[in-house]
Design a protein around this ligand. Structure first.
Ligand code: FPP
Length: 241
């Protein structure tokens, strides 16, 4: 159900100028929980509700690709109990959400060193990716154990392994985890932090950045619509005049 304010904003969105690829740094889960006197994991759990809504909204709008920064290479530095809880949450999300992903025609994909995730999370991920492989709607990319610098290094290594003597932009782009997908048009970061946090460093060269103070667990359709409207008001020059 889309509420009246949401409907109003939704009507203002120009469907011919939608970002093809939206990337999101989902930040502020810990602060959201702390403000309510709950342990941090409550914030992550509530963050899953936001994920559910934004995946549906992007699918309904006709956005082609949505990339969510779910776990960075740096997130292993968090207390082991929080890392375990995040991995369990990921596994449960993949299991519980699979029917909804199917129903919404979402195709799941993952980037990052997923081979280093716990085996049960890896299994759930493999299963969900295989089950949704033929879906033709929104491409949902989960960045898991992902770091932008590492991805660039991996791409260079792949080029060298193929015997490349010189590497140009096209060759490097083709060797990234996101090969074949458009670069993000819009990068949303919640919780007001003005950082890229090692996310999609190569791909965001000309991406429009939208930062909101809203904490990720509170992020809803209306916030997504505001971000898209903000994006549509920008003039993208890609270095030209
Ligand atoms: C940042 O908030 C958020 C994360 C490190 C993890 C994001 C994970 C989820 C939204 C849920 C699990 C993901 C899936 C795909 C099921 P923070 O903890 O850094 O917040 P803080 O800056 O307020 O401490």
């Amino acid at each position: 159900m889309v509420a009246a304010l949401d409907q109003n904003l939704l009507r203002q969105i120009d469907r011919n100028k939608l970002p093809r690829h939206i990337a999101i740094i989902m930040d502020g889960n810990g602060r959201w929980a702390k403000q309510r006197g709950f342990p941090r994991i409550f914030g992550h759990r509530s963050g899953v509700t936001a994920i559910r809504e934004i995946v549906s909204a992007c699918g309904e709008l006709g956005v082609r690709v949505l990339t969510l920064f779910a776990f960075s290479t740096e997130n292993w530095l968090r207390p082991p109990s929080e890392v375990r809880a995040l991995m369990r949450l990921l596994e449960r999300y993949l299991q519980r959400e699979l029917p909804a992903l199917q129903q919404n025609n979402v195709r799941l994909h993952a980037i990052g060193h997923v081979d280093q995730l716990p085996s049960s999370a890896r299994r759930a991920l493999r299963r969900a990716i295989a089950a949704t492989a033929d879906n033709a709607g929104l491409i949902l990319i989960l960045a898991l154990n992902y770091g932008g610098r590492q991805e660039i290094l991996d791409a260079v290594q792949r080029c060298l392994a193929k015997g490349a003597k010189a590497i140009d932009e096209q060759a490097l782009s083709r060797s990234l985890d996101t090969a074949g997908l458009p670069d993000p048009d819009l990068l949303i970061r919640t919780s007001g932090e003005m950082r890229f946090s090692n996310f999609l460093l190569w791909q965001i060269a000309y991406t429009e950045l939208y930062v909101t103070d809203t904490l990720w667990p509170d992020f809803r359709r209306v916030d997504l619509y505001r971000a898209i409207l903000g994006y549509q008001r920008r003039e993208r020059r890609f270095g030209g005049i």
